[in-house]
Design a protein around this ligand. Structure first.
Ligand code: SAM
Length: 289
């Protein structure tokens, strides 16, 4: 019998997105798409938009970098691209389901550390540590301190991810999760030995993803859930009533979070910013110099 494993709702969401994205849309990546002017926003172009994102990401790898640690490597596609570009790559993947996909894709082309980044123990050191939409899942201090430990002298930290803006309470309630507070991240990293080399705002190029997702939630997921509930109510009224009673809070929370009509690109832009940050570790000055 298959061994049961404990899985967090966050990992479940990522694994579900990976399976559905691949099955229904042929998507291999788990990150947002990058939508330049001229690329029509529709679901059929999502794959191309994700390809654009990867191109954008890899174009910011500084010259001289040879070894890369891809933290939270998803299904391994970015690592594959980096290997094909000639980099020596290692991956960090805490999700067993995603790790097995990565192993299938990369074979022995990359070392895979199957653990959360915070728990990674290795003597290996890297020229660049990459967080592509994985930074938001790790406590800021843990992520930066561990990165510093794993970098070669003057190595680079490359982050491409969602951050939360500081906005007044009067701006309304944010129902979209995800992303560290930008001001907190900037305050923490400013006190650590890292020099900022690039800060690129790609919010405008990523918000179409939110419109597409909101459309899918409203037009596909919600009607499916509603029909399921109607079916249950008609066929098994007592069971349906019990489910509604016992899970009332959870059902309301899901509907309130995902089907509240406040998850569009416009809402995202109000509360979030999507940024690429490139930093260089500043080598410590020896005492007495
Ligand atoms: C949205 S996916 C991004 C995947 C990939 N980097 C990409 O750009 O397509 C988030 C990734 O972060 C990973 N992750 C979540 N928590 C993590 C942690 N504590 N340490 C390392 N990776 C983590 C997930 O397993 C997943 O691979």
């Amino acid at each position: 019998m298959k061994k049961l494993r404990k899985i967090s709702s966050r990992d479940l969401g990522l694994e579900f997105a990976a399976v559905c994205g691949r099955y229904f849309l042929g998507l291999e990546h788990l990150h947002y798409g990058y939508w330049p002017d001229g690329l029509e926003v529709n679901i059929n172009n999502l794959r191309a938009a994700q390809g654009n994102y990867t191109n954008f990401l890899v174009s910011h790898i500084p010259s001289g970098v040879r070894t890369i640690l891809d933290v939270g490597c998803g299904a391994g596609q970015t690592s594959k691209r980096l290997i094909d570009m000639g980099y020596k790559v290692a991956c960090v993947s805490p999700s067993p389901a995603l790790s097995s996909r990565v192993r299938q894709l990369l074979g022995d082309e990359a070392r895979i550390f199957e653990c959360p980044f915070e728990k990674l123990v290795t003597d290996d050191r890297f020229d660049l540590v990459l967080f592509s939409e994985s930074f938001q899942y790790i406590r800021i201090n843990d992520a930066i301190e561990k990165t510093f430990e794993l970098l070669n002298p003057a190595g680079h930290l490359l982050i491409c991810d969602v951050f939360r803006k500081d906005i007044p309470l009067t701006a309304g309630k944010m129902t979209m999760g995800g992303g560290h507070r930008l001001s907190k991240f900037q305050r923490i990293i400013a006190e650590l030995p890292f020099e900022l080399l690039q800060d690129v705002d790609i919010t405008d190029q990523t918000i179409p993803n939110l419109d597409l997702l909101d459309e899918a939630l409203q037009n596909v997921v919600r009607p499916m859930l509603d029909s399921g509930m109607d079916f249950l109510t008609g066929r098994y009224p007592l069971t349906s009533r019990l489910i509604r009673l016992f899970y009332r809070r959870r059902i309301n929370a899901v509907y309130g979070k995902y089907f509240n009509g406040a998850r569009s690109g416009e809402d995202f832009e109000k509360f979030k910013t999507y940024r690429l940050f490139l930093y260089r570790a500043v080598p410590a000055v020896p005492a007495g110099v």
